[in-house]
Design a protein around this ligand. Sequence first.
Ligand code: NAD
Length: 261
Amino acid sequence: MKTSRILVTGSAGRLGRAAVKELVARGHTVLGYDLRSTPGLPAAQSVIGSLQNGELLNRTAVGVDAIIHLAATPDDARFPRGPAPDDGDNFLSELVPNNIVGGYHVLEAARKNGVNRVILASTGQVVDGYLDEGKTPVMADWPTHPRYLYASTKVFLEALGSAYAHAHGMTVLAVRLGWCPRDAGQFAQIAADPDAQDVFLSPGDAGRFFACAVEAAELPAFTPMFVTSLPMGKMLYDLTAAKELVGFAPTDSWPTGAEDF
Ligand SMILES: NC(=O)c1ccc[n+]([C@@H]2O[C@H](COP(=O)([O-])OP(=O)(O)OC[C@H]3O[C@@H](n4cnc5c(N)ncnc54)[C@H](O)[C@@H]3O)[C@@H](O)[C@H]2O)c1
């Protein structure tokens, strides 16, 4: 297998560390990009910077074969909102600068450096409305039906990826990731909810998916797809695109690796 030079944004986070670990194990050269240093990478390959620093992102993307874009504010501050005065949100303070402006800078860095493959971290929350309505399994080509503000920023990121793929000849995957708990509170939420266990994503499966996504030979210009571990009960998302296009099939199920925060 040909090895590649891969830029991973959000490389110090829950899924970023999983991606870095698997890519390094497979012999790829990984550059991390995060607000903090990336475990598992030498300092020279762990760039500390913000998504909002487009110039640094451009310099970091020189000579890379693929970008895995994971850095983001990964949820709403509150959902549902409480009554006033506890009815604030993180839209203007975090979601817009990190998820919308940041996504633009990442795709610009790819365009300016001729990076042909970009894997964007979206979320199952972009179709959460169908789960509420019991319309499952959700197919990847259905219109989005976002849960709230965070999911809406990911709908925008998917749209931006589609636009860049078609305008600039890139291959873009918008990966609607399942739920990999970031802390003990989220672990307890999934443990108490069988539906959440059906969309669990283990760090091991996440890492293997990202490696398959950069190694897959031929891909269409733009593809949205769902990625979870093996459902325990119901199939809530259609997982065939990841298998047929990227060659990824999950091997874990809840709770493998879930507490490995
Ligand atoms: N974990 C999940 O269950 C899950 C589910 C669906 C989608 N996602 C998406 O996957 C991605 C990774 O999620 P995660 O769970 O690993 O989150 P995380 O919070 O553990 O990691 C995110 C990383 O991004 C970095 N970051 C945030 N803002 C940044 C900025 N402006 N510049 C540079 N780095 C910045 C943070 O320092 C952090 O290390 C996110 O895009 C998230 O929306 C996660």
